[in-house]
Structures are given as structure tokens and as C-alpha cells.
Design a binder for this molecule. Structure first.
Ligand code: KIV
Ligand code: ZN
Length: 558
């Protein structure tokens, strides 16, 4: 780091803080500011049509407060607000918010934008930090308070003239966290004094971390101290608005909720100036995880993510909490193994822990609409459990443990060779290429097993095959069709002595005509080497014969 000494922040003194032991038990009110704070930070701002799609999306998710723009600063925003009002696009239970600075002509223009509205939040802001007061505005402390109060008076008079509209005031002391608490309180108290709310009426006091320059605990301290000391706690709604410059916006917002915050402003996926606003999806889903009903519906998160990416032209990072493409994916062997076991016993686990709990998965992917994805993916880091999971999930083949161990080695070396992730089809290709070798050097033409005439408990078998393209007919008996087949094969000249060490069979599916798969483990008695063979067939016997064929061919191929 270059040798820069950064200025220290105004000191907050709060000795008896309560918030660290507070629990969040109810949902805050949510206000989506995507169409304002989010939009104003996009390289390509939304078109009116895109804004409308986004607005409808926010309604579908369940937002009841939506900041739709800064109509006095942008003709597009002005027209958008007019369109919403004139064409009846705002549901009765939704309140839109419009933002303006504390400047008379902007306030006047904002009133023009909201003519005819039923419910509205009139959001006005002025920066209160010393940095802004002195160096940006060139105003002293009292002049900033006077500017704010004059604007509030203008808004109050304007609202009184609007007969059929319900207008709520929101005031933001911009750069709240870079302002001394005494001064923020002086400005906000003066604002509420001037507004003079009716009994039961509330004013939203939105206390932003305009630039995140503090740790989350300090923001929480400021929110607790402000809530305790503000003049009208009963008539105020303490609102949080956090930017993510230090990457802690979610933590700041969450701790500030513990400290008394009642309302949260933010955006989907954290779009907004610089590093963005707080990501409402993460904050809300964290609360849902804690058992709090947020009133927001993210059960179709992939669709939401797609629409937002399309409109903003910014793809979410694949590791974005909850919504990123990779957030439920495991590549590492030990994780895959645990997930595989956890998912196959998830009901049992839920009963044991009295709630959903699966190793390495924070929440249930299906609760967020991520049902049909492949969460276990294969690369050189993957292990036997994950590879077995892919074969089971995508190809309905359940590998015995001894096959899993062997196959993992093949997959790891293929992944090492390619230095990339392997697709499901490549995993299948590797499986069949390795274990299913029914053609060379021996190719089975036909096999007829039938009960012996002398003793029906004995099976006589007749095998027709080619060995290195030469036809042979072999006959032998055994106590079952497989042993008769093995005995017949052993008659081949130059066939090494071998034994069947292990054998497993299963059906691939639940229907009556499901295919069967069989795994055999053969040992070459001369060398001690073992060979796995796999066979598929319309019935178990057919699959078993083909598995033996594959095993023998592998043995002869070495
Ligand atoms: O970040 C901020 O301070 C703002 C205000 C206008 C609330 O966006
Ligand atoms: Zn902001």
C-alpha cells in the first residue's frame, strides 16, 4: 500500500450498547431502490420498457415500497413516474418513492411528477458530513439545517395542496456515518419539527452509509444511539441504506437491524454506485434462514437473476450468495461425498435436527427454484462419492464401492489430462470405455443356457463367440447360467486361470422392463491382477454374461 494516512471518522460514544445481544425477530420493511440508486449506477441505464419489467418483477417478489427514480433530475424518470400513475400500474398496496435534493425547483418538479398519485413517499436528502458541508456546499452548520427545513416546509405545503394523495416524508442525511451524531440529530429533529407529523403519522429517517467507511459494529452503534436520542422516536421509522465499499454492507445492515433499524433500502444483487448498495436478496434470505418471514418471494431466484442480468447487462458473479451459479456446486471429493450422503438421507436428517440440514449446503437449493441442476460436478478435485453421484443421478447406475474406488482413479487421470471440468457425458464415456468391453478380443455371438436333461438343477450352456475374429462353439455346465458360461470360456486355449472375486447386480429404474446392470471383479490367478467388467442387458442374466465378457476381455487385453 502507498503510504497514505486516511482520516479518522467522527467518534461515536455508546457505552451501554444493547444491540450485540439483541435478536432479530421480525422482518423490516423493504424498499427496493434498484430503479433509482441501482439504475443511476448502470453503464447503460434502463430503457422505459426495461424499467417497467423490473418494476413488475419487484412487485412479483413482494416489495411494497419501490423507489422509482429521481424525476426532477431525469426526463426518463419523470416520464416513467407519469406512466406508472396515468396507466394505473401501481397496485393499491404498493407505495412508490421519488427522490429529490433539497432544492426548490427540484422539489417543485417532483410534485409535477406525482400529480394524481394515491400513495407516495417523498424522499428528500441533503448531505450532512463536514466534508460536504464545508467543501462541497460551502455552507456552515446552520445553513445546511436551514436549507433542509426550508425544503421540508415547501414539501409540506405542496402535500397539503394534494387532496387525494397520501404522501409520506422520507428524509436522508446523506453521509450519515461520516457525520457527528449530534449534528445528524440536530438536522433530523429540525426536519421532523418542521414536518409536524399528525398523531400516528410517521416520518422515515433514512440513515445512510453513503460511502462505507465504518465497520458494521460502528454503524450499529450509530443506529442504536440515534434511535435512543432522536426527538420523535415514536413518530420515526429508522431506515438503513448501506453501500458496500468495504464489502460489509450485508453485515452492516444486519447488525443495524439488531440495533433498531426498522426499514431497509437496497437493490437486488447489490447494484448501485461503485461497489453497489446492499444486496436485498442476501439480507432477506439470511433472515428467512433465521426463521423470519420477510414477505419476499425468492422461490424463482434463477428467473429473477436472469431478468436482472438481462436488464442491467451485468452478469452476477457465480459465487453470489444464494443466487450465483456455483453456490450449491461441489467439486471437491470430500464435499461431494458428504453432500451425496446428506441428500440421499435428507428426510432422516431433517427429523433428527428438527429442520433441514445437509452437509456443505447452507440452504435447500429447491427452495430457491434450483431443482434440476447438477450441483455435483466433476474435475480433478472430485472423489469417488461425487463421481458415483453423477452416474446415479444422470445415468441411473449405482456403483458398488469397489467400482467407485477404481473408477475415481480413471476419472482423476482423465481430468488431469484435460485440465478442466468433465461433462456428464465425458464421465459416462470414460465409464463405458473402461469397463464395457464386449467386442475384443472375444465377441459373444450367442449363449444358450438350459437345464440339463439328467439333472435340472444343473445348467448346460452353449456359447458361440469369435476370438480374434475366429468362430468358436463352447459347451459346459455349471450350477447356474453364469457359472456354466464361465466354465465354457475357460476352455479357450491360452485363457489364463481366473476366478470371480465379486459380483453385484441391480436394475436401472423401477419399471418392469427396466434394464439391468451387472458388475464383476475377476482375478487372474497367475498374476494376481484384478479386472472389473460391467455389462448391461434386458435381464440380470444377460447383463451378468456381458459383464464377465468385459472383465475377461480386459484381462486378455493386458
Ligand atoms: O447513498 C445515499 O446516501 C443515497 C441517498 C440519496 C439516500 O443514495
Ligand atoms: Zn445510495
Amino acid at each position: 500500500m502507498p503510504d497514505i494516512k486516511y482520516a479518522s471518522m467522527p467518534v461515536i460514544s455508546l457505552d451501554d450498547r444493547q444491540w450485540p445481544s439483541a435478536a432479530i425477530t421480525t422482518s423490516p420493511t423493504w424498499c427496493a431502490v434498484d430503479l433509482r440508486d441501482g439504475n443511476q449506477a448502470l453503464p447503460n441505464p434502463m430503457t422505459p420498457q426495461q424499467k417497467q419489467r423490473y418494476f413488475d418483477l419487484l412487485i412479483d417478489i413482494g416489495f411494497k415500497e419501490i423507489e422509482v427514480g429521481f424525476p426532477a433530475a431525469s426526463q426518463d424518470d419523470f416520464d416513467f413516474v407519469r406512466n406508472l400513475i396515468e396507466n394505473g400500474h401501481i397496485p393499491d398496496d404498493v407505495t412508490i418513492s421519488v427522490l429529490t435534493q433539497c432544492r426548490p425547483h427540484l422539489i417543485e418538479r417532483t410534485f409535477e411528477a406525482i400529480v394524481g398519485i394515491k400513495n407516495c413517499i417523498f424522499h428528500v436528502y441533503i448531505a450532512t458530513s463536514e466534508l460536504h458541508r464545508w467543501f462541497v456546499f460551502g455552507l456552515d452548520d446552520q445553513q445546511v439545517i436551514d436549507t433542509a427545513v426550508t425544503s421540508i416546509r415547501q414539501i409540506r405545503d405542496g402535500v397539503r395542496a394534494m387532496n387525494d394523495s397520501k404522501v409520506m416524508l422520507e428524509f436522508s442525511p446523506e453521509e450519515f456515518t461520516d457525520t457527528t451524531l449530534d449534528y445528524s440529530l440536530a438536522v433530523c429533529d429540525a426536519v421532523v419539527d418542521e414536518w409536524a407529523p399528525d398523531p400516528g403519522e410517521k416520518v422515515i429517517l433514512n440513515l445512510p452509509q453513503t460511502v462505507e467507511r465504518r465497520l458494521p459494529n460502528q454503524y450499529a452503534d450509530m443506529i442504536e444511539a440515534f434511535s435512543q436520542r432522536c426527538k420523535y422516536p415514536e413518530q420515526s421509522i429508522i431506515s438503513l441504506h448501506v453501500h458496500n465499499d468495504m464489502g460489509m454492507a450485508v453485515a452492516s445492515t444486519t447488525q443495524a437491524l439488531m440495533a433498531g433499524g426498522q426499514r431497509v433500502e437496497g437493490t437486488l444483487f447489490g447494484h448501485g454506485e461503485r461497489t453497489g448498495n446492499v444486496d436485498l436478496i442476501t439480507v432477506a434470505l439470511n433472515l428467512e434462514y433465521l426463521g423470519i418471514d420477510t414477505g419476499l418471494d425468492f422461490s424463482r431466484l434463477p428467473e429473477i437473476s436472469q431478468l436482472v442480468a438481462e436488464v442491467t447487462q451485468i452478469e452476477p458473479h457465480p459465487r453470489t450468495p444464494y443466487s450465483g451459479e456455483l453456490v450449491f456446486t461441489a467439486f471437491s471429493g470430500s464435499h461431494q461425498d458428504a453432500i451425496h450422503k446428506g441428500l440421499s438421507r435428507k428426510d432422516e436428517l431433517a427429523t433428527h435436527f428438527d429442520g433441514w440440514k445437509v452437509p456443505y449446503l447452507h440452504v435447500s437449493p429447491s427452495a430457491l427454484g434450483r431443482e434440476y441442476e447438477r450441483f455435483i460436478r466433476i474435475n480433478s478435485q472430485s472423489g469417488k462419492g461425487g463421481i458415483a453421484h453423477v452416474l446415479e443421478r444422470d445415468f441411473h447406475v449405482q456403483l458398488p464401492r469397489w467400482v467407485q474406488i477404481d473408477f475415481a482413479r480413471h476419472i482423476q487421470s482423465r481430468a488431469d489430462d484435460t485440465s478442466r471440468e468433465l461433462s456428464r457425458d465425458e464421465v459416462w464415456d470414460e465409464f463405458t470405455k473402461t469397463y464395457v468391453q464386449s467386442e475384443r478380443p472375444i465377441k459373444l455371438i450367442n449363449y444358450w443356457p438350459r437345464p440339463s436333461d439328467e439333472d435340472p438343477s444343473i445348467i448346460d450352456g452353449e456359447v458361440h463367440l469369435t476370438y480374434n475374429d475366429e468362430q468358436q462353439v463352447l459347451k459346459d455346465s455349471g450350477n447356474g447360467p453364469i457359472s456354466a458360461f464361465v466354465h465354457a470360456l475357460k476352455q479357450i486355449d491360452s485363457m489364463p486361470e481366473f476366478v470371480l472375486d465379486d459380483y453385484e447386480e441391480e436394475t436401472m429404474g423401477r419399471t418392469a422392463d427396466a434394464e439391468a446392470v451387472c458388475f464383476v471383479l475377476l482375478s487372474n490367478c497367475d498374476t494376481g491382477q484384478q479386472f472389473i467388467g460391467v455389462g448391461f442387458g434386458g435381464n440380470i442374466d444377460q447383463a451378468a454374461v456381458r459383464a464377465v465378457m468385459s472383465g475377461v476381455n480386459r484381462m486378455l487385453g493386458t
